[in-house]
Design a protein around this ligand. Structure first.
Ligand code: ATP
Length: 891
């Protein structure tokens, strides 16, 4: 079933084949007229800036725009003049700092505007396609998003494949050429036959014939079917077919007219010439194109093809402007002999206002810097070059004494007495600034004044992670910044879930990697962590051995008191300790210092006899006897875990030796133990392993951070590729996208968790004394928590690298403070409060209680972990929605 709004915009499906497009006169078409609103889009005094402080740049400066219904509007302008920013504000993906935009009489986001929703077809500048999908699957996916009937999808596909000369439908998008991909992207925008088409450079990389047929189709859509089209293009002349052309420069429109009117008003034959003339009139030194170098010199050259602006403008403007098409160098001469002006100040204005506008496809894209040109007398002019960012050059009066033009710079600023003038070319703004004595003159005549000063507080999105402080201020200014949470639609959610699963399983190698990664990490943990170190070399220096007897270590197992040293060594665990005999204590100590052994076990010459005496003397044993009867151990304590293991093993060996002697002599072996006895534990094993302590925390950490990484990566990729914008403009809600991702990710998470538990519990025998279901539940909740945090990361960060930094930045504090590696009880008290504020601390505690103590959900120590996890999930989801909302108004 088609939704009501789809019925309005798409109408009943109709089978049609090229060359006649299957365009339907929809209800919306008629409604457009009946509403009596002539304008499809109405923009007034639009201002938009990016960045804050010194980095703030005004992109839209009091722009007005009117797009009539049923017309094609060609938005033309240099790269970076703000076309995409304007379009993204029109489709509601960004918001003006101030000013007004109405689409079909309503603000974007309102029901009347139809944005977001199927009434608009948006082709962003980015590709905004899924590379792993075939062309057919791509169109089918958008068909599902718009809830289009199957028959309509079929007929529309046939039509668009022919119209746009698309490659076969089974071809994967990622294998297509750039131009083919853009055509698929264009097909997606056209697919549901929207009432309003917003196309950001649809004809880039398209051959002229196809471009012509695309334009013909757009003309048909507007003329025959009343569709409204806004199109941006760098090919100025193709816009002749538009009904209206908006010539945009430095954030405002220089003209908004029909192509016919533009040409006749200015008496020129090409739109390029008109644009050139209007730019000159706008009076700014502008960009030149790479590899073009523009040189302004002091009368050293003359060029035959120069157009004298005086002729064009009809007033005394001494500048010479040359236009070109991909030449290597351009020079504009300001030589007095080439013009009539005697006025040096005018002369200088010419320098400052010179417009260098190379005409051609990719013009003025890459100009980056302005450099001084010098001759033997000093600096005589400026060079534009395609490398570097904006530069500042200071022209001293000394250097330019002989050059009126540089002095005239000063005159231009009306600050003639100052010692220096600074010429700046701001490549971002495309403006040529002359700064003098602390004040600056901007060459642009654009209407910055119409933008309210309050807009200077707009958020800084040029940083890779959003500035929420600035963002909040921007949101505070909005009139219609209400927070709406709509109920997710079933068909869109189903389409998104299906799409996510297709993406997941399409790349089976990557899927397996992701799926098996947690289990692999759990296996590595069990193999690498918590086991006793083994085969540790210890030097044994036994002075009881008789060198004349060949130092043979003989011992008895009966009640004979002889060679106790050798009898003791027999009880040392050979797997842990490798005994290396040394003849002298000094050699053994040196070997320890060299790191060849972990320590020295030394027996004195009369060890056995002295030990027997000590035993017999009991409390009366003297110091000498005590010293001679000891087993002296010197350890390298640089590695605590190894030393503790050696210590434990050597003490255990003595206990075993003592028991052996006592039992051989018919005494009670237990008498050998110290009178501190550890009885059977209430919980856990008598000899607990570090692995068992860490296992619950490690399980949660693995699951949590994999979920963070995957979620952040998915969302950042979607946004960067323009897919998020396209989907949201198509009417998909953020909540639906999040829900679909959670469904997909959660399904994978269940499998990942099952594998982790399988290996930990069954293969590595980690004991879970409590309910397995409860343990799995707590783990899944932490996975959800990780996804929610990943979502926050993705909403805050524009780039994968900044997302990685943010995730890594939180990884270690989380690992160290959540009680995963070390008991919380070992932390300073103040730090524990910080720990309990982290999303994993209670959950780790909770899981450890289930694993180690076998406690159930009735215990606060267990249910706290669950409650706190849920709270974090909701808090993080809410935060991500808020950040999305805030960034809409700042980005
Ligand atoms: N999110 C952002 N943060 C900071 N600056 C931005 C952002 N988006 C765009 N800009 C800047 O705003 C200016 C206008 O950009 P925009 O993309 O609107 O230009 P455009 O006319 O569409 O250019 P093109 O024809 O090359 O696509 C540029 O200088 C750009 O660098």
């Amino acid at each position: 079933m088609m939704s009501e709004d789809m019925m309005n915009s798409v109408g009943a499906p109709k089978t049609s084949a090229p060359p006649s497009p299957p365009v339907h006169r929809s209800g919306a078409d008629n409604e457009a007229g009946s509403a009596g609103i002539a304008e499809a889009i109405f923009v007034r005094n639009a201002c938009k800036s990016y960045g804050v402080g010194k980095r703030r740049s005004n992109v839209l400066r009091g722009l007005d725009m009117n797009v009539k219904k049923g017309t094609i509007y060609g938005l033309l302008g240099a790269s970076g003049c703000g076309k995409t920013t304007l379009l993204s504000c029109i489709v509601g993906r960004r918001s003006f700092d101030s000013g007004e935009v109405l689409v079909f009489g309503g603000e974007p986001g309102s029901i009347e505007s139809g944005i977001p929703g199927p009434r608009v077809g948006y082709m962003p500048q980015e590709l905004a396609l899924y590379g792993e999908f075939t062309i057919k699957e791509t169109l089918q996916y958008f068909g599902r998003i718009y809830n289009l009937p199957a028959s309509f999808v079929k007929s529309q596909m046939e039509f668009l494949f022919n119209l746009l000369d698309l490659p076969p439908g089974h071809r994967y998008v990622k294998t297509l050429s750039g131009g083919q991909q853009r055509r698929v992207s264009f097909a997606v925008a056209l697919f549901h036959e929207p009432e309003l088409l917003i196309l950001d450079e649809p004809t880039v990389g398209v051959d002229p014939l196809l471009r012509q047929s695309i334009w013909n189709h757009l003309v048909r859509l507007s003329t025959d079917h009343g569709r409204t089209v806004i199109i941006t293009t760098h090919y100025i002349e193709e816009a002749r077919q538009a009904h209206t052309i908006g010539l945009m420069r430095s954030g405002h429109l220089l003209a908004e007219e029909s192509p016919h009117n533009l040409l006749s008003l200015h008496g020129l034959s090409t739109l390029e010439d008109v644009f050139l003339k209007l730019c000159m009139k706008d009076g700014v030194v502008k960009h030149a194109t790479a590899p073009v170098v523009a040189t302004i010199t002091n009368g050293k050259n003359s060029y035959p093809n120069m157009v004298h602006p005086q002729e064009m403008e009809g007033h005394d403007n001494p500048a010479y402007v040359q236009t070109f098409n991909n030449v290597d160098a351009i020079t504009a001469d300001i030589d007095h002999q080439h013009h009539n002006s005697q006025d040096e100040e005018e002369d200088h204005k010419a320098l400052a206002q010179l417009s260098i506008i190379p005409l051609g496809a990719q013009y003025w894209k890459n100009t980056k810097s302005i450099l001084p040109v010098a001759d033997e007398d000093g600096i005589v002019g400026l060079t534009f070059s395609p490398s570097g960012d904006s530069m500042v050059h200071t022209y001293s009066n000394k250097a330019s004494n002989n050059h009126q033009h540089i002095n005239q710079m000063n005159a231009f600023n009306n600050q003639g007495n100052d010692d220096s003038a600074t010429a700046t070319f701001d490549t971002k703004e495309g403006l040529f600034n002359l700064k003098h004595g602390g004040s600056s003159t901007n060459g642009s005549s654009s209407s910055t004044a119409s933008c309210s000063s309050s807009s200077s507080n707009a958020g800084d999105t040029s940083s890779s992670c959003g500035s929420t402080a600035a963002s909040s201020r921007a949101v505070g200014k909005r009139r219609s910044g209400t927070f709406k949470l709509a109920i997710p639609s079933w068909h869109r959610s189903a389409a998104l879930i299906r799409k996510n699963f297709m993406q997941t399983f399409r790349n089976i190698g990557m899927f397996l990697f992701i799926f098996l990664l947690p289990a692999a990490q759990a296996i590595l943990f069990c193999l690498a962590i918590g086991r006793d170190p083994s085969f540790l070399k210890m030097a044994i220096v036994n002075d009881e051995l008789d060198p004349s007897q060949g130092r043979i270590c003989n011992y008895t197992t009966d009640c004979t008191y002889s060679m106790f040293s050798c009898r003791y060594l027999r009880f040392i665990d050979n797997t842990t300790i490798v005994q290396v005999p040394f003849k002298s204590l000094t050699d053994a100590i040196e070997a320890t210092k060299r790191g060849e052994v972990w320590g020295v076990v030394h027996f004195g010459q009369n060890f056995t006899d002295e030990l027997v005496v000590r035993q017999a003397d009991g409390n009366h044993a003297d110091n000498e006897t005590i010293l001679a009867s000891r087993i002296a151990i010197t350890l390298d304590w640089s590695n605590q875990q190894i030393s503790l293991t050696l210590q434990r093993r050597l003490i255990e060996a003595f206990e075993d030796f003592s028991k052996d002697v006592l039992s051989a002599c018919s005494y009670e072996p237990a008498a050998a133990s110290i009178p501190v006895t550890f009885l059977d534990p209430i919980y856990g094993e008598k000899k607990p392993s570090f692995t068992e302590f860490m296992a619950p925390g490690i399980i949660l950490t693995i699951v949590y951070f994999i979920a963070v990484a995957l979620t952040a990566a998915v969302f950042i990729n979607e946004r960067k590729s323009g897919l998020l914008d396209r989907s949201i403009v198509a009417g998909v809600q953020m909540t639906e996208i999040m829900l679909a991702h959670l469904v997909n990710q959660f399904t994978v998470l269940i499998g990942q968790t099952a594998l982790v538990f399988l290996f930990m519990l069954l293969v590595f025998n980690i004991a879970c004394h409590g309910s397995l279901a409860l343990a799995v539940f707590i783990t899944l909740l932490q996975g959800l928590c990780g996804m929610s945090y990943g979502l926050v990361v993705s909403t805050l960060c524009d780039e994968e690298t900044s997302a990685i930094h943010l995730s890594l930045g939180s990884f270690y504090p989380n690992l160290l403070l959540s009680g995963v590696l070390w008991p919380m009880e070992g932390m300073p008290v103040y730090l524990r409060y910080v720990s309990y504020f982290l999303p994993q601390t209670y959950a780790v505690e909770s899981l450890r209680n289930v694993f180690g103590r076998g406690w159930g959900i009735e215990r606060p120590e267990v249910y706290f972990g669950i409650v706190i996890s849920f709270s974090w999930i909701f808090a993080l989801l809410a935060l991500s929605l808020i950040v999305v909302r805030i960034r809409k108004y700042t980005g």
